[in-house]
Ligand binder design. Structure first.
Ligand code: ADP
Ligand code: ASP
Ligand code: MG
Length: 412
């Protein structure tokens, strides 16, 4: 029988009633003749609560135990979903990651999926089971420990299952009815897209649009998974939601497809470092070793052989960055006058494949932001995106102004 993957996010399984509503959607697909793999997240808020408990118990926690704790929210919803389906007379059972097994690397809290063994679940489908409910977000390391795939990782579990089981489609059910031109929660003019290209979705996700985890889009692109985002609160239909697909499948094309933002950014400046060959390696090597994910980098013009080096990173990595830089200074591998961290910034980005063929997109963005009186602290570009770091207080204003400036409420 054809296989369908259906993933339900935190808000879609937040209460027993919502689990029932989700289970009914699964029942509809089973009635159509699909064998269904359901991937569930933890009830909304649960993972945050678990992370909080770990931090409170042990600020410098053992990452293996962190994963043991934070993966547990999905175990509860997987069991409850299987029970709900059984109550509807749909043959179903739950699977934790290790039972599948879903094998990952040992990079605790951000493990990558290595392999999904399909034999156990397929054997059960062969015996008449119609729904395998799998706890998202979790897997098993080579050392036999529980791992997690990073926040939002259930999306990646879902796409990986769709690839492994050659599913007809991977449907991501969430609390919005598709992918929008920007987060509909902060811009009321945001427009739902019927289709979006993998490359654009990948950029939007990695620049902060959390509707899909970045890694899930990468996997879907690599394994040609038909990926759809739709609402768990609305009626089902084959046309609902947004299809993430190849660029060639899309007819309309604005220069800019969407606006993304990331709230939790910080800007760190090393003031007066020696401008000499090897200085960037001496700074960014230790930062990488300390696990700091550096994003944008700017080096000032140097004066008298000294320069300022600025970079951005996630706000919760600033302490680690400071520690690494002070250690490098103490070891005399770099020398700087001062380290200044600005933790009141955010990143706003515009994304679109159309930028490849349209000139002046960045200029239009800068003009729009200047008319709002917003100062740009760092600028970064790639072939299909332009990002700016700005004061966090202007985040919503910037997103809305850019949405207006590029007329994203209109179709191309
Ligand atoms: P789930 O719990 O179902 O995984 P998430 O909260 O992870 O849901 O993702 C859905 C949220 O993503 C939406 O509620 C919305 O606020 C946010 N979002 C950000 N950017 C976009 C966008 N461009 N289109 C749709 N939703 C977006
Ligand atoms: N429950 C996990 C999280 O909140 C994984 C997920 O929902 O995708 O990050
Ligand atoms: Mg999510």
């Amino acid at each position: 029988m054809p296989v369908l993957v259906m993933k339900f996010g935190g808000t879609s399984v937040a209460t027993l009633d919502r689990i029932k509503r989700a289970a009914k959607k699964v029942g509809v697909e089973v009635a159509k003749g699909y064998d269904v793999i359901v991937i569930v997240s933890a009830m909304s808020g649960k993972t945050n609560e678990l992370v909080g408990w770990v931090n409170e118990t042990s600020p410098l926690f053992d990452a293996r135990e962190y994963d043991a704790v934070v993966s547990s929210g999905e175990n509860v919803t997987a069991g409850l979903m299987a029970l709900t389906l059984q109550e509807m007379d749909v043959p179903a059972r739950s699977w934790q990651g290790w039972q599948v097994p879903l094998l990952t690397t040992s990079a605790h809290s951000s493990a990558r999926i290595e392999e999904i063994q399909t034999d156990n679940i397929n054997a059960k489908f062969g015996e008449g089971m119609r729904v395998a409910v799998v706890a998202g977000f979790q897997g098993l390391s080579p050392e036999g420990r529980i791992t997690t795939l990073g926040r939002g990782g259930s999306d990646t579990t879902a796409v990986a299952f769709a690839a492994a089981f050659e599913a007809e489609r991977c449907d991501i059910y969430t609390d919005v009815d598709g992918v929008y031109t920007t987060d509909p929660r902060i811009c009321e003019k945001a427009r739902k897209l019927d289709k979006i290209a993998f490359e654009e979705m990948l950029e939007l996700a990695s620049l902060g649009a959390k509707v899909l985890q970045t890694r899930s889009v990468e996997l879907a692109m690599k394994y040609k998974v038909r990926l759809r985002v739709l609402s768990s609160f609305e009626e089902q239909s084959d046309e609902a939601g947004t299809l993430v697909c190849d660029e060639e499948e899309i007819m309309e094309q604005n220069a800019v497809a969407g606006v993304a933002y990331s709230r939790d950014e910080a800007k760190v400046t090393l003031i007066s470092v020696a401008d000499r060959p090897g200085i960037a390696a001496a700074i960014f090597g230790p930062l990488a070793d300390a696990g700091v994910n550096v994003d944008m980098i700017v080096q000032n013009i140097s004066e008298d052989g000294r320069t300022d080096m600025t970079f951005s990173c996630p706000i919760d990595q600033v302490a680690r960055a400071e520690k690494a830089m002070n250690a490098a200074k103490a070891a005399d591998s770099i020398n700087f006058h001062d380290l200044v961290a600005d933790t009141d910034v955010c990143k706003v980005s515009i994304v679109g494949i159309g930028m490849r063929s349209h000139a002046g997109v960045a200029a239009k963005m800068f003009d729009c932001l200047s008319r709002e009186g917003i100062n740009l602290k760092v600028i970064g570009t790639s072939e299909i995106k332009v990002s700016v770091l700005i004061d966090r207080k202007y985040m919503e204003l910037a997103v809305q102004a850019l949405h207006d400036a590029f007329e994203l409420e209109k179709t191309a």
